[in-house]
Ligand binder design. Structure first.
Ligand code: GLU
Length: 442
């Protein structure tokens, strides 16, 4: 029987979830879900200065937002805990003892070092292939420290101990760790343990070719949450940073990505980060998603803007009108605000352009009178009424449409006019025409 797949995401809590970290978590999650394995979350917080609750929360929040549920680990529990390195001291002591008993550890100025066997170590990587590392030269490869003089542990040591103890079968992580891997393999050998399989996934580069770092635009998952991206869109975008379905498709349901995802299909080449593409993909997702999902995702932004929309039943049809127009969920309040507030403000430039022009007042009045008789009140009959009146007045329909839109919404951009007038209802439309007339042509 083959060993069960157990993968882990092992972030150091630095204060936020970086896109590169999220992509690493995602690839681990995809591998676990593809194979029916277990996805573990381990917090690498040996660097105690950096450990704080808030930093860890940012990781949980980002992962949960992306829908990357973990089966075992921090906040979840499991058989191989604790899942915070800061709480695993006794385990590290025990493992240190094993190496000390074998005479592989020595002291150097208060620090503890591992005596390298000074061999060539070949790393077998599922993505990068087999790579020999010649570790024979102490000048270029000094014996690694495992413990600092202050008693704190070094990443390489605790990382390997935890992967052994947590029975990790595949280590899937960023390519920046590839050069650490021969050292890790030395430790596995020293413990007499078969190393896990390694898969080092390509770096993520900025458009200018530099390595993406935490200060770069779009680097923090939090920024997508705040800017009103749909999590499924961002997750789909991240899947393409180093992986593809090989048939030019870009937008794929996650279930399909799970079934197609194989470590051996991960690209070797670095992945170029393209925020425009992510933005485009978000718009596509918003257009295609079910209205109920769009409503769920929009609600936090609508509530934050303090829009008094009454009931969900009343809100959904309004969102249906604007769904295709919205590029970011943060835009939703501005698109719908006029609908729920009869005291909407007018955009000055729109008023200048469409209302304070020759004949606009007369046309608006004629339109109001004409719309009073439209039966039934539907987008189709309203549209027909606009066209009839334009023909009767001998003007282009646009000369009715623009003043009507500004009068009914205060702005010159918005969702389909006939549909929004239908939804507003005749009474409110006519009242808004009157209000506009009184305000600008007293
Ligand atoms: N704590 C390490 C990091 O955040 C984990 C590396 C690994 O996945 O082994 O880079």
């Amino acid at each position: 029987m083959s060993t069960p797949v157990r993968v882990r995401f092992a972030p150091s809590p630095t204060g936020f979830l970086h896109v590169g970290g999220a992509r690493t978590a995602l690839f681990n999650w995809l591998h676990a879900r593809h194979t029916g394995g277990t996805f573990v979350l381990r917090i690498e917080d040996t660097d105690r200065e950096r450990h704080n609750e808030e930093a860890v929360r940012a990781i949980y929040h980002g992962l949960r937002w992306l829908g990357l549920d973990w089966d075992e680990g921090a906040e979840k529990g499991g058989d191989f805990g604790p899942y915070y390195q800061s709480e695993r001291g006794p385990i590290y002591e025990r493992y240190l003892g094993i190496l000390q008993d074998k005479g592989m550890i020595y002291e150097d100025a208060g620090a503890l070092r591992f005596r390298s066997p000074r061999e060539t170590v070949t790393v077998h990587d599922e993505v990068c292939g087999s790579i020999p590392f010649d570790l024979s030269n102490p000048g270029t490869h000094p014996d690694m420290t495992v413990r600092r003089p202050d008693g704190s542990w070094i990443f390489h040591f605790v990382n390997v101990v935890d992967d052994i103890e947590m029975k990790i079968s595949h280590v899937i992580r960023g390519e920046d760790h590839l050069s650490n891997t021969p050292k890790h393999v030395e430790l596995y050998k020293a413990f007499g343990v078969e190393p896990p399989r390694f898969a080092h996934i390509p770096l993520i580069l900025n458009p200018d070719g530099s390595k993406m770092s935490k200060r770069d635009t779009g680097a923090s998952v939090q920024s997508y949450i705040q800017q009103g991206y749909a999590p499924e869109a961002v997750r789909n975008y991240l899947c393409l940073l180093g992986w593809s379905p090989k048939d030019n498709r870009e937008i794929l349901p996650i279930e399909e990505i799970i079934s197609l995802f194989e470590l051996k299909n991960i690209n070797r080449r670095s992945a170029g980060f393209d925020l425009d593409k992510c933005f485009w993909m978000n718009g596509q997702y918003l257009i295609q998603m079910p209205l109920e999902r769009f409503t769920d995702l929009s609600l936090p932004f609508i509530n934050a803007a303090g829009i008094n929309y009454g009931t969900r039943e009343g809100l959904v049809p309004v969102l249906a009108l604007v769904k295709e127009k919205v590029k970011h969920l943060t835009d939703v309040p501005a698109w719908i605000e006029f609908f729920f507030n009869d005291d909407y403000t007018y955009d000055e430039a729109s008023v200048e352009k469409s209302l304070r022009t020759e004949g606009a007042l007369g046309r608006l009045q004629a339109l109001g009178a004409h719309l009073a008789n439209v039966e039934p009140w539907t987008a189709e009959t309203i549209e027909a009424a606009f066209k009839d009146l334009a023909a009767a007045l001998g003007v282009k329909t646009a000369l009715l449409v623009h003043p009507a839109r500004v009068a009914a919404t205060g702005r010159s951009v918005g969702p389909s006019l006939y549909h929004l007038l239908e939804l507003l209802g005749r009474e409110r439309v006519l009242a808004r025409f009157d209000r506009t007339r009184e305000k600008f042509f007293p």
